[in-house]
Design a protein around this ligand. Structure first.
Ligand SMILES: Nc1nc2c(ncn2[C@@H]2O[C@H](COP(=O)(O)OP(=O)(O)OP(=O)(O)O)[C@@H](O)[C@H]2O)c(=O)[nH]1
Ligand SMILES: [Mg+2]
Length: 403
């Protein structure tokens, strides 16, 4: 009898335990569906009921969501790490191309400008009757090429006058006429040499400034090559301390032509890197120190102040011989706005127009010189190491209007 009672008790206990387990596992299993919420004011359905049963699934719900979120949050870090891509591999020291005649070699790169500007103008001017509409088209062509309003009006006025005096026009006459007027606009009597040889001291100091992505570092690297090609020695200053990659990029350019790069700690003081670069340049007895600076948004006053500081600190050694403003020709009028802001902070002494190979807006040369009263000294015509050319008005205009 006792055995039977014992067996019954055991059976009850086991069943009870099993039942509890089942209930328990049911409780832990899936997320409770969001409680249907009938608009019953007396029993707020969104609130869980009191007790562990109600809380456990809520905990689990949160944990599940966090676990799903985690890989998402961490994935950008994983993606960011690998692609620190060196722009240029660093082989043995190269001998860069001589600079003379580079623009002539690269003139085909201006073909997009050529089609839009020069050829278009010649075609228009060759029309039998030059009526008002045609002159308006001439104006539009110039404006589209970013020549700017004022210079465009001047050019059209002079062309109209000269065409009138000329009477009948042969294509050769028209070409000569257009060439002369474009040259007047671009300016032939300006000194466009990049000043790197100050009187009675060494090194010459050049600072390169401009909005990010315009091609400062590339231009600094290409300019180092130009100087080396001309038999000068160069030290590079990586005063863009915003990104480690920026200094690497510059150093790679330097290594290709055997130029030493002075760099500071990441996020360090750009002014002190620039100062050290000139100091080392002096100690090494090199001819020129080129200082690359960070790309700055012209709206960020603090950053512009910093650029002013770089200039002031460098000038504890000696005055800057050249401050080159790098402008991306493809940004058109926007570039002019940037130019104005930079000109207020540092005295721009020369302009480098980059990416002229990728735009039909070669007229920006005229507009930007007018805007700043500073000559275009160098132009970028491609991503290649020797695709930077001294700006020569004649070769430039010839490229624009074709042979
Ligand atoms: N097609 C063409 N591309 C150019 C020219 N000059 C520079 N580039 C390209 O423009 C891009 C940006 O050049 P960077 O020299 O890194 O520009 P940056 O002003 O130093 O940029 P930040 O350091 O970010 O301020 C690169 O891909 C260059 O290869 C040019 O004359 N023509
Ligand atoms: Mg740069």
């Amino acid at each position: 009898m006792e055995t039977i009672i014992l067996a019954v008790v055991i059976a009850v206990v086991v069943l009870g335990a099993l039942g509890g387990l089942v209930v328990g596992s049911r409780r832990r299993r899936p997320l409770p569906p969001p409680p249907p919420s009938p608009p019953d004011i007396t029993a707020p359905p969104a609130e869980p009921h009191v007790g562990e049963e109600a809380e456990t699934p809520r905990e689990e719900t949160r944990r599940t969501i966090e676990e799903v979120d985690l890989p998402d949050a961490s994935s950008p870090v994983v993606v960011e790490e690998p692609p620190v891509v060196e722009e240029i591999p660093a082989p043995a020291i190269e001998v860069p191309e001589p600079t003379a005649g580079r623009l002539v070699r690269l003139r085909a790169r201006l073909s997009r400008s050529q089609n839009a500007l020069g050829k278009g103008l010649l075609t228009l001017l060759s029309r039998e009757h030059l009526d008002e509409d045609t002159w308006e088209e001439v104006e539009d062509t110039l404006l589209t090429a970013d020549v700017g309003v004022q210079p465009t009006q001047e050019l059209v006025e002079r062309l109209r006058e000269r065409v009138r005096v000329l009477g009948t026009r042969t294509p050769a006459e028209l070409r000569t006429l257009l060439r002369e007027e474009l040259l007047t606009l671009v300016g032939t009597d300006v000194d466009r040499t990049v000043r790197t040889e100050p009187d009675g001291r060494k090194p010459g100091i050049v600072m390169v400034v401009g909005v990010n992505g315009t091609g400062k570092t590339t231009t600094t690297g290409k300019l180092a090559r130009v100087l080396v090609a001309d038999g000068r020695t160069v030290v590079l200053g990586a005063a863009d301390t915003f990104r480690a990659a920026a200094a690497d990029q510059l150093q790679t350019w330097g290594e290709r032509v055997g130029a030493h790069t002075v760099r500071g700690p990441e996020a360090g003081d750009p002014a002190s890197v620039a100062f050290d670069a000139v100091k080392e340049g002096k100690e090494m007895g090199v001819d020129v120190v080129l200082i690359d600076t960070a790309g700055r948004l012209h709206t960020k006053t603090g950053l512009m102040d910093e650029l002013g500081k770089v200039k002031r600190v460098v000038e504890k050694h000696a005055p800057l011989d050249e401050v080159l403003l790098v402008l991306d020709a493809t940004t058109g009028q926007n570039g002019l706005v940037q130019a104005r802001v930079f000109a207020e902070v540092v005295d721009i002494s020369g302009i480098v127009l980059t990416k002229l190979d990728g735009t039909a807006k070669g007229g920006i040369v005229v507009a930007v010189q007018r805007e700043l009263g500073v000559p275009v000294k160098l132009i970028g015509l491609g991503e290649g190491a020797d695709d930077l050319a001294p700006f020569e008005p004649e070769a430039f205009v010839d490229a624009l209007i074709g042979d």
